[in-house]
Design a binder for this molecule. Structure first.
Ligand code: SF4
Length: 1068
């Protein structure tokens, strides 16, 4: 079959012509690297290997996804270039996946020696003959089928699988195109009647809502017709039969929580549950499967909406060996996935994907916006994933008081709890007849057809979270569950960091990274995000709850539990009691008292802390003889955490239903997990399990901090976990946390505006990967020698246009790319300010910045600059506590009202929810007149990243001091010490001090990057602190495009800086 050519930067359709040269160079770097990676990758038809492969020794070495690091300053069109290069690759790759599968059949037919089967019809892979996925356990089947070669068995003809996949993809695209065509007709009619050719986004949204309403009402009419009879296994179930089924199920439920007999550690893993099956996932799955069942009942010849969206149809893995079953499986979306998939994606997960992750929702929305501008805008299927807190449409759940929204929204945890409560209460009350149309007590999740129809409509156009929420609100349909249903059919998935980085979160939503192109934007945040995902806490009340639950469980089942189970349950109890005892002891005298960071967003508290290596903690707990690995294996295989939760919840619901008061309120609360600062849907033992798992890591990777509150133990009604002693596991190195992703993905792009030094990123994330480390060190050394000097020192604001330049270094495992800015140097003024108007040296180090003199001098500086700087003026301060201190002082001295008279003052809000309102008010005032407005925000805060301060919104960016992290933080000290050791041992060249300084400069550079947002933008950047001039290492840490020559003390006086700013704006 004929192959298409791999896309290149010049063949990629770009929304405007020509692109900036740096955009073309960035696309070229990505596509060159991806081409190399495709050439090195095994084809879809190559035999895969897996853990249960008996010929593992002969298997090729494990493929690792190459890392592509791309740094492009903000405002250079990085997101659009990323979107275009990634989409060009995806379209090429999809075509190749389908072609490769067909070619592999032709090759096998032509060359008998290549055939995987011998004349007797047996396969070369003997283990396959005995392999049989358990139909009853979809998860086991799915995991096992990942290891099956796609073209190895005669029973799974790839050509048929391919044609199955193609026809189902065509059905999905056909349906989407029908909706698109209707939308187009609506738009044309609207444009004709309004005599305007432009389509306003809100008008487009309202047309989509109208179309969706029609689609949902049609689907619901059909659904109502079907649900007149209650169906189970294709038969009508009514009256007595329904009741008998309910009784039988109730009797079976009592045994659900009983542990299976546990034989030995060497048992076959495949017969046991995965540890990833957390409780919330189970609840989520049940909500979705309820929806799926609605789809199953369709007796139509054509695919149902749900079936069209379903993964195994789209990747061909739902194809069955038996043609009759196969024909039926077209109508059964949940059909067992018993073959590998087209493109070798994880069977059932749908299409090959681009997975784009960013830290904030505004960054995700920006990327969706860029996708809308691309050549593929009308055909690409995009899904935006988010938490219930952003996608939920139910006001009763979202707001404390739905009638009065000003009273505020509930927290994310509360929203999740309420949603899951509704699923659970409905699950227990629901009729056993699964054909019941009502699948949830939430009115937004009543109709499975409505949810599927919303999922389909959200794929019609690239939709961000806002679009999906507005479609859901307009049609009274749950956007959260519809986005999860659209996931398998999506080609581009945009999602927040936490969902991408947590294995559990990915598994719970069914997101596979297999052969996907993973793009992580603003990747300088990645090490911190990984550390956050891997760190965990375990408090005394949670341990005590686990002990109480375990005691009740063993009492209830003691007569029926086998010997090994009793032994291990005893071991778990021993661990829990040792931990509880330890936390109840007073803190040792050598532990340190620490004032936690006091910014306005966090309540201050004082605690005693002690940091320990995991092995030391086990020793102190007197558990050093315990084999933690064996115990964790038991917990995982027996599923005791989930059984315990099921047992506790079942007991509580029985008590509630029977209205018996055999267990007092307080005990019930304890057993149910209330007031434990954790979800009622999460087992207390699973929290303990997570903590114990962390203890099995190396002492280099993480440490345990034991924290005791110094005030007397708070009463049990206290609402804060901080009032109890806790174990806190802190991840110090995030090096191994990306391993799963590297094993699964096709390639990983780390993008950002402030990613350098590449060697620091590599040392944080890939220190154990020699190839990546070497390439990153080499690239960084080359860059310092050549690139930096040509993009900064030779430039001055007056020497005309900046030569376009980029640097790329490509090896099989790492690509490093960076480029200069697209603006001419004359559009930026970088001013270094060492002295204030009264000649006071501007020293914003921790010890001196809070003096009244310094705060007053800062006020005078800003007051004067406000006279010469037009429009928007953004001030970045080093911390929330400092922001609070200067406002307090200026209120007293009257400085605040003086500044306000020059430019109206706006402040970064305390809550992220108020961000949009603050920004729109500031933007309006900043842009409406030359007087403009002034905005005070914090470096590393809510406004220092992902916010677009274009044009008048930020004609001046004023950076106060240097936001060095707290050097007394024990975690930071530990990290710096280990970097020093690695520097000596491995020659990484990265010392703890260099790391510390880099943390600070990245934060400064993010703030500086807010100033210039496009090629015609212009701004003055003022860096206020004598250290920008006195310490050359700090100056070198600034972005190359913003450095305008080595600064001098003589030019950093207030008079000189004021003059240069006046001149800069005078010529605009
Ligand atoms: S089902 Fe959907 S709309 Fe209802 S509470 Fe849960 S997230 Fe919100």
């Amino acid at each position: 079959m004929e192959r298409s050519n791999f896309p290149t930067a010049s063949s990629v359709p770009f929304p405007y012509s020509p692109p900036y040269s740096v955009q073309r160079e960035l696309m070229s770097a990505i596509l060159t690297s991806l081409r190399q990676c495709s050439e090195n990758a095994p084809s879809a038809s190559s035999p895969a290997t897996g853990p249960n492969h008996s010929n593992a020794a002969a298997a090729p070495s494990k493929r690792k996804a190459p890392i592509i690091m791309v740094e492009s300053p903000t405002g250079t069109g990085k997101s659009l270039s990323l979107a275009c290069a990634a989409m060009a690759w995806l379209r090429y790759r999809e075509q190749e996946d389908l072609t490769e599968l067909a070619d592999s059949v032709a090759d096998a037919a032509e060359s008998p020696s290549n055939n995987q089967t011998d004349r007797k019809g047996s396969t070369k892979y003997d283990w396959l003959n005995s392999w049989q996925p358990s139909e009853s356990d979809g998860r086991t089947a799915d995991r096992a089928s990942r290891t099956v070669p796609s073209t190895t068995t005669p029973q799974n003809p790839p050509a048929r699988m391919r044609s199955f996949a193609i026809s189902n993809r065509a059905a999905l695209d056909g349906e989407l195109n029908k909706i698109r065509a209707r939308l187009e007709t609506f738009s044309n009619v609207a444009a004709f009647s309004s005599d305007s050719s432009s389509i306003h986004p809100s008008a487009e949204r309202s047309r989509r809502e109208n179309l969706l309403r029609t689609g949902i009402s049609r689907a619901m009419v059909a659904e109502r017709k079907r649900s007149r009879g209650l169906l189970r296994d294709g038969k009508v179930v009514r009256g007595d039969k329904k009741r008998r089924l309910g009784e039988r199920r109730a009797a079976e439920e009592a045994d659900d929580f009983m542990l299976d007999e546990y034989h030995s550690e060497e048992e076959d893993k495949s017969t046991h549950r995965s540890d990833s099956d957390d409780d919330e996932n189970d609840n989520d799955d049940s909500a979705l499967s309820s929806i799926a069942l609605g789809g199953k009942k369709r007796g139509h010849e054509n695919l149902s909406t749900k079936a069209m969206l379903h993964g195994s149809n789209l990747d061909g893995s739902g194809y069955r060996r038996d043609p009759e079953k196969n024909a039926r499986s077209k109508m059964i979306p949940g059909a067992c996935s018993d073959t590998a998939a087209v493109g070798d994606v994880t069977p059932g997960s749908g299409l090959r994907k681009i997975i784009y992750a960013a830290r904030t929702h505004s960054q995700l929305s920006q990327f969706v916006g860029e996708l809308r501008r691309t050549h593929w805008a009308k055909s690409v299927k995009v899904v935006a994933l988010g938490s219930r807190a952003v996608l939920c449409s139910n006001d009763d759940v979202l707001y404390v008081s739905p009638g009065d929204k000003t009273k505020g929204r509930r927290s994310e945890v509360e929203i999740t709890e309420m949603c899951l409560d509704m699923q659970k209460s409905n699950k227990s009350n629901r009729s056993i007849a699964k054909g019941d149309a009502k699948s949830s007590s939430c009115p937004f999740l009543e109709s499975s057809e409505a949810v599927s129809t919303l999922a389909m409509h959200s794929l019609v156009r690239p939709s961000d979270i806002e679009d999906v929420v507005s479609l859901g609100n307009a049609t009274h349909t749950c956007s959260y569950y519809s986005s999860r249903q659209a996931l398998a059919a999506a080609e581009v998935v945009v999602l927040p960091y936490n969902t991408l980085l947590s294995d559990q979160a990915r598994q719970s939503i069914g997101l596979s990274l297999k052969n996907a192109l993973v793009v992580i934007d603003e990747a300088h945040n990645l090490p911190e995000a990984l550390r956050g995902v891997s760190s965990c806490t375990l408090s005394l009340p949670v341990i005590e709850a686990a002990i109480a639950q375990l005691s009740r469980y063993t009492q209830r089942y003691s007569g029926r539990l086998a010997g090994r189970n009793l032994y291990y349950l005893g071991q778990i109890r021993k661990v829990l009691i040792a931990m509880a005892k330890f936390l109840k002891l007073p803190p040792p005298s050598r532990s340190s008292s620490a004032n936690e960071k006091t910014d306005e967003c966090h309540e201050p508290s004082i605690s005693k802390k002690e940091m320990l290596a995991a092995v030391d903690l086990m020793f102190r707990l007197k558990l050093d003889n315990l084999n933690l690995f064996t115990l964790l294996r038991y917990i995982k295989r027996s599923g005791i955490s989930q059984k315990l939760l099921g047992f506790v919840n079942h007991s509580a619901s029985v008590l509630e239903n029977d209205r018996k008061e055999t267990i007092g309120d307080s005990e019930q609360r304890e057993a149910g997990g209330k007031n434990l600062f954790m979800s009622r849907h999460v087992s207390a033992l699973s929290v303990v399990e997570t903590f114990l798992k962390r203890l099995t890591g190396t002492s280099r990777e993480g440490k345990v901090i034991v924290e005791w509150p110094t005030n007397e133990m708070a009463p049990i009604t206290s609402s804060s976990e901080r009032n109890y002693p806790i174990f806190r596991y802190v991840q110090i190195h995030s090096g191994s946390l990306l391993d799963n992703m590297i094993d699964e993905a096709h390639a990983i792009i780390l993008a950002g505006g402030t990613l350098r030094p590449f060697s620091h990123v590599a040392a944080e994330l890939f220190v154990h990967n020699d190839e990546v480390m070497k390439a990153a060190l080499y690239a960084e050394a080359k860059l310092s020698q050549k690139f930096d000097s040509t993009t900064s020192l030779s430039m001055s604001p007056n020497n005309g246009s900046r030569p376009s330049s980029s640097f790329v270094h490509i090896t099989p495992q790492l690509t490093a790319f960076t480029c200069s800015h697209v603006i001419p140097p004359s559009n930026v003024l970088t001013a270094y300010l060492s002295y204030g108007p009264s000649g006071l040296k501007l020293d914003f180090r921790h010890g001196s910045r809070s003096s009244n003199d310094m705060i007053d001098e800062l006020g005078r500086t800003l007051l004067n600059l406000c006279n010469v700087a037009p429009s928007g003026f953004v001030v970045f301060l080093p911390s929330y506590s400092y922001e609070s201190a200067i406002f307090q002082r200026w209120r007293v001295t009257g400085m605040l009202s003086q500044i306000h008279a020059r430019k109206p003052i706006h402040r970064e809000p305390k809550s992220s929810r108020d961000l949009d309102v603050t920004l729109s008010r500031y933007s309006e005032e900043a842009s409406s007149s030359t007087r403009g407005a002034i905005l005070f925000s914090v470096m590393g805060g809510k406004m220092s990243e992902g916010i677009n301060f274009a044009n008048e919104m930020a004609r001046t960016v004023f950076v106060v001091g240097l936001p060095f992290p707290d050097i007394t933080d024990p975690v930071l000290i530990e990290k710096m010490q280990s970097l020093d050791q690695e520097c000596k041992r491995l020659g990484t060249g990265i010392t703890g001090q260099a790391y510390y300084q880099n943390l600070c400069m990245r934060t400064v550079n993010q703030s500086v990057g807010r100033a210039i947002r496009h090629a015609n933008d212009y701004a003055a950047i003022v860096l206020a602190d004598f250290r920008y001039v006195s310490d050359l290492r700090i100056w070198k840490g600034l972005p190359a495009w913003s450095r305008s020559g080595i600064p001098k003390q003589s030019t950093s006086t207030f008079g000189n800086v004021l003059k240069s700013i006046r001149l800069f704006f005078a010529v605009r």
